[in-house]
Structures are given as structure tokens and as C-alpha cells.
Design a binder for this molecule. Sequence first.
Ligand code: HEM
Length: 492
Amino acid sequence: MTPEPHFPTGTDDLAPAPPPGCPAHGTGPGGLHRLHETPDLRALYRRLREEYGPVAPVLLHDDVPIWVVLGHAENLHMVRTPSQFTRDSRTWTPLRDGTVKPDHPLMPHFAWQPVCSYAEGEEHKRLRGAVTGAVATVDPRGLRRHIGRATQRLVNRFCESGRAELVDQFAEHLPMAVMCQVLGMPEEYNDRIVQAARDMLKGTETAIASNEYVMGCLRRLTARRRARPEDDFTSHLINHPAGLSDDEVSQHLRVVLIAAYEATANLLANTIRRVLTDPGFRAQLNGGQMTVPQAVEQSLWDEPPFSTILGYFAKQETELGGRRIRRGDGLLLGIAPANVDPRVRPDPTADMQGNRSHLAFSGGPHECPGQDIGRAIADVGVEALLTRLPDLRLDCAEEELRWTQSLASQHLVELPVRFSPQPTQDVTAKPSHTPHPIPRARPAWEIGTVSAPPRPAPPPPEPPATPSAVPAGGTGRPQGAWQRFLRWWRGY
Ligand code: HEM
């Protein structure tokens, strides 16, 4: 069965007209709301919940009908029931019958690709198995060490000036620096690849060229590691028993790089902004009532980096949240509305410490396999930034902050900050409020903790160093085995 041209099925009797002058304007045929014309999606989701309950019919560009799932339980049910709902967009009726044209603005989200995000069943298991297998080889301690070092390098670039713009100079760089390292191409991390990733996601005219640039890096990496494997994510992806082809490997590297870059950049920017603009939040952090990981988790509840996922598709006629869903109907996974569902969160301002049941990473068979990496980047990055720049403050009025909003996510455009200028620090040292003393040179065999007289740290190495980065002090001097062990153990 095919839904009526303009409505997901079962909604024709549920088409209220908006009140005249309604601020959540943008209504199309049948009085259904056009999501893309809505200036405030949160307000619209609230209103839809009141009007329709946990599953509401809405319109996308070109008045393409789709359901938006607002309820926490309904979203969970959808992602956990692969017998009824799939991520394979080729089953979506408006795509099959041509209602969704090839130039539809959301096509990049809907166009099926041979990667795990769109696969299901055995094929999904095969592709995802290779990704989760490679993720499992990432050593958490080594990862935290890379994140700590990458943070130190980024902060070193602006710490002496007393001001920075943290979206551009920090939040968008840190995930890319870390992921280039994890994938095994630290030499590709630079401003160009960050700019290319940003450009691809914005869908500007140069998006195709930027995509080609990123894919070029990933294809070359795949060829290098196929010829000579190393102990990195890419080599493990290639050597997984699932036997991915070169094309599958580079396409999955792209999924991983872009998912990690975009979502983690949002998470970092959102968490830091909250610390800077919410005195209660900062007081809890400073007073020790909240740890940085708890602050990050709260941000995942309040401002999930992906607000919706486009989309899931009904494989058969079914029911969800009291609505009759017809085979081939599309549904948006409503992460942001699910996280404020009054049935799980009667007081949306309550803190959710200790509760990780938000849907920021989705659930079911497609649940984000990189969530520990995303969390680690945010935890270590925010902690190290606040340690290095303890008096960090916003350098504009809070009302001046701007976001770009799309259906899938909301990005902070800029986060200007000020702080007392700080000297650069040794990138291999633990982040500190004060300049780090450089360890005294000592013979390789010496084991001990004899303190060295403090000396100013040298400028950071440029370009960013690789895993074989010079040891503390940037001098290449040998360190005590105990010190090296402690560094490895602590992760920085
Ligand atoms: C804060 C950071 C992150 C957030 C909020 C996030 C969120 C998500 C969400 C919501 C999905 C969609 C699940 C679905 O289709 O139902 C997803 C999928 C995915 N994510 Fe993440 N992600 C993050 C970081 C990462 C990182 C660091 C990696 C890589 C190491 C990664 C790799 C993936 C992959 C490969 C998928 C597709 C999984 C599948 O379809 O089976 N993500 N992520």
C-alpha cells in the first residue's frame, strides 16, 4: 500500500489548522507543519506532542510527508524492532514513487549508500562487525593520551593571546586531530581537512570537491594499510574477517570520520558554552558536585549533537504511539524531543546525573559504535581546556550567540572567549594551571622522581606531532622508565 500523496497514512483525520498568526508557522497541505520552515524546532516539537501525542505527521521540503517520533519509549521501540523498521531508505514510498526528487535538499541523508548506517540483517552485521571490531582495538588509555596532547597543542596556539573563538579554534579541530590519529593518518590532520569536513556538511557549492579531498585521503590510507598493515583502526578494519573491499573500507572510514567530527564538535561546543553561560552549572563543576563526564552527559540529554536522524522506514503495516503506520512510511528518529519527553523527564530542567538513558547515541542494532570515543574526546578535551584556562569567560553577550539549525543538528556558529594569557605548555605534560616544568634530562636507566628546577616550556612543535612525538620538553631526551610508565598509565 502507498500513503496518500501528502500525508503519512492514518493522519488524514488528524489535520488541525494552526491558529492564525501562530509563531510555529509553516504549514502545508492538511495543515501539517513544514519542519524546514520552522524557526524554533523545540517549540514545534512541544506543540506537536500536545496536538498529536508521541508520533506526529509533518512535512519535509517539497511537502514530502514523514512522521516525527517524539516519545522516548516510541523511539526506543522503533530502533529496537528491526523486524518492523529499517534504515534502508530504498523502501521509502516517496523515494520509490518519485515524490522525493533527486535534487531534494535532504537527499544526502536519504540516498542509500553501501555502508552500515543503511544496511540491515546479515549485511549490517558484516559491515558493522568490522567497524566495532576496529573500534574495540582502540586502546582507551592511548586514546586519552592523544586527546590530551591534541588539546594541549590546540590551546598552545591561542593561550598567549588571552582570547579565542572556541568553535573554530578548538571544538572543530580536536575531534578531527584525534580521529586522524586513531585512523592512522596523523599527517593528514590540518586546517584543510577540518575545513573540508565542515564544507561537506554545510552542503555548499564546494561540498563535492571537499568530499573528494577527504575521500582522496581515505583511499590513499586504505591502499597504504592494505599493502603494509600497522596497529591502527584502518588496518584492523581491513584485516577484519568480514573481508571488506577497499571501497567498503574507505566508505566506512568516511562514515566514522564524519560522524565523529560533526557530533563530537557539537558536543564539545555545547558543553563548553553551558559551562560559560550557566553559573549554576559552572559552580557545580568548580565545587566538585559534578564531574566533567557528568557535565558532558547532561549536555547529551539537553542538547544531543544529532537532534534527529533521517530516518527509519516501516517494513510493514504497523502501529506506533497510537498511529497507524503504513508500509513504506518514513519516520524521523526524534532524539532531541525524546530526551525531553515528560514521561521520562517531568521536569526538563532537572539534572540527570547518573542517568544515561538519553537517546543521543540512538539504540538497537544501529546504536552508535563510537560513543566511548566521542565521550572520551569531550571529557578529556573539556577538562584539559578548563584546567589550562581556569578563568575562561564568554567574550560577548550570551544573546549574541548564534546557531545554524538544520533538521539533523544545531551548530553553535561561534564561541568567543577571553582569559588571562597563559604560557604555552609541553604537549606531553599533564594540563596545568601553571607553566609546566620541563623534566630534567636524566640517563635512560634512572628510575625515580627527583624534582627538576622549573623552566619555561618551549613553543609547541609545528606541524602537529605524530604518535612518535618527541618526549617531554620536545628535546628528544630519554626519560625515566617510571615516568614513562606513569604517563602511559594516566593517558597524558
Ligand atoms: C558525541 C559523539 C557522537 C554522537 C552523539 C553519535 C551519535 C550517533 C547516532 C545518533 C547514530 C545513529 C544511530 C542510528 O542510526 O539509529 C550514530 C551512528 C554511528 N556512529 Fe556515532 N556518534 C558520535 C561519535 C561517533 C564516533 C567517535 C564514531 C567513530 C568512532 C562514530 C561512528 C558511528 C557509526 C559507524 C555509526 C553507524 C552505525 C550503524 O549504523 O550501525 N560515532 N552515531
